[in-house]
Write a new protein. Structure first.
Length: 163
């Protein structure tokens, strides 16, 4: 079972391996597409300097917290294929968070090539049933709830899947 073999807890953080399909298509390097999309995002956000500044702050914060990582050109080995995940902004009607970043794992180098999503298993998430949650909530005198900040970004990616 995936949860038993691919998820571990290390250094106060969950680490997960990607659920690769057994016979997935080859995943090409998509640096050119990701680079063009990043240039497009910057050009679009330059028309709204406050949003561009906020976008940069979010990227810096995600890097500082270890959600994303900077890869220097010297670290890139020529014989290793890398998959870049393009990102773009989504504007929100919110004073505290006017913009959020969405990562696009469906990005393809060409229309005929595979995306990262094409190479991964598509399994439904395991969620607690709402009825069971409500029943447990009513069993005791006190209940605690919380908002787990950036929960999905707090799951690290296994080192073998980072390229």
């Amino acid at each position: 079972m995936y949860e038993e073999t691919a998820i571990s807890y290390n250094n106060k953080r969950y680490i997960a391996k990607l659920p690769w399909k057994a016979e997935h298509p080859p995943l090409p390097t998509n640096k050119a597409v990701a680079f063009r999309r990043t240039e497009s995002v910057i050009k679009r956000l330059q028309k709204e300097p406050k949003l561009l500044l906020k976008y940069g702050e979010i990227i810096d914060e995600q890097e500082k917290r270890g959600f994303i990582e900077r890869v220097d050109n010297e670290e890139i080995k020529p014989n290793i294929k890398l998959q870049y995940i393009p990102h773009h902004p989504v504007k929100k009607d919110s004073v505290t968070t006017p913009i959020r970043i969405v990562y696009d794992c469906s990005c393809k180098q060409t229309p005929d090539s595979a995306s990262l999503n094409d190479c991964l298993l598509n399994v439904p998430p395991k969620l607690n049933e709402v009825t069971a949650i409500l029943l447990r909530f009513r069993l005791n005198k006190y209940a605690v709830s919380t908002d787990i900040e950036k929960a999905f970004l707090n799951v690290g990616l296994d080192i073998e899947d980072r390229n």
